[in-house]
Ligand binder design. Sequence first.
Ligand code: NDP
Length: 503
Amino acid sequence: MASTGLKYEKQPLYYGGKRQLTTSTFQTIDPSTDTPLADIFKADRSSIHAAISSAKSAFPSWSTTPPIERSRILLRAVALLRKHNDELAVIETHDTGKPFSETSTVDVVTGADVLEYYANLVAAGGLNGETTHLRPDAWIYTTKAPLGVCAGIGAWNYPIQIALWKSAPCLAAGNCMVYKPSEFTPLHALKLAEIYTEAGVPPGVFNVVHGAGDVGGMLTSHPSIAKVSFTGQVSTGCKVASAAAAGMKYVTMELGGKSPCIILPDADLENAVDGAMMANFFSSGQVCTNGTRVFVPQSLLRKFETRLLEKMGDVRAGDLMDPNTNFGPLVSKPHHEKVTRYIRHGIEQDGAKLLYGGAGKPKSVANSNGYWVQPTIFTNCTDSMLITREEIFGPVLCILPYHDTAPNWLDKLVDRANDTPMGLAAGVFTRDLDLGHRVVARLEAGITWVNTWGESPAEMSVGGWKMSGLGVENGRRGIEAWVRNKSTLVEMGGAVATSFSKL
Ligand code: NDP
């Protein structure tokens, strides 16, 4: 317990390899109880400038450190992350409201995996270019150069994972980063910065500034920022991308979705129900790749609904540190208001049939002051309803029945699945793998699954199509977002092929 009576000490900014204070603070709240957890120092213009300056000073040396040496340092950070896994997971549970059963097995683990992946990739030649033998006396080679000082701006749903998915390839490629976590979930950032420092990452290479959208805006528009890697809502992403475009900055945009989860008539029922539940209730539905539009054939509808209802007892809200709890509250009061507004809209205005749940709290936590909402299922949904068109980002599963005997039913189904401005994820459940591949090939989304949902390992490049984003994170392709390429043509003949010789 910190001296303020709050659970955590005051959280400073971090730059120049040390903790830094400012003149104003804000609070982060435990969403499971609606009580403050810590005071956070808020960045102002001068501290943002100082953080960027420290990154600029660190860049010449870090960017020219051989990749294998950078890799050794980053691998030490991986070991520290794994050593402190449970301690970091507890912080994430307090800050986000996600159960410890989840944060201890997913959030830190998948972040550390990505850091390990990129540390190993750059050590093994992942930043090498290509050579082309153009003609006997000329060749071309390409090199990859780091971009400079990059901004990382994170969302609140996977705080430490997002911080690592951005900083891992950024630092491995030789860049420096100024990272701004969401003001709703800032607690992981200091820990991560200090782990990097303990591992040997030089001062100024990874820096943290705290605050809300105005701080993100100042970072994005700062002339010394070469790239902005952003995770958040489509509407914010549009603002950030246009601010970055004004300075011709590189961007990666990881934005929201309204993804289709397609159950084909021959699907294994148990697998389809498990997939649809993972695609809607994991992390209390606060996952960008959620498959919130669940298309179910009329021929399977009744069985699907019955089995889904039977399994809803396995969604367990409760004490977040209890290993059996697998469902937490929503992250914040405003987000709780937003999600419950959508649920009420679904019942009162969209006229969808409420199959399970609703806008109240789960019974097991009915007396809590936290931002809990029941896992909720609507059925008989149509494509024009607000709840099937907009990203809710909560535990709200919408069943959209389709006729699987009508002529061209598959074409119509694919058209309906694609009928959204977003294109983050999509998935299909079927026993017929040929059909599964053919359907996936027609879905307009950057991340797709066949007979599973949600796994996103370090090796898999992920990124949205359409309004869901630009570029990818993770996998071999992910490193390309943090370098610029240079092509060099070398003439070995010793004479310039000039047009200006004497006649
Ligand atoms: P927001 O867009 O509200 O915020 C994201 C980040 O941007 C926060 O740090 C926020 O600050 C900051 N921000 C707000 N305004 C600006 C601005 N004008 N300039 C720069 N930065 C700004 O998203 P949420 O935090 O609500 O996150 C949920 C969203 O993230 C969902 O839509 C989800 O789908 C998406 N997401 C996408 C992922 C992907 O990989 N595609 C992964 C995870 C989430 P602050 O919050 O402190 O005000």
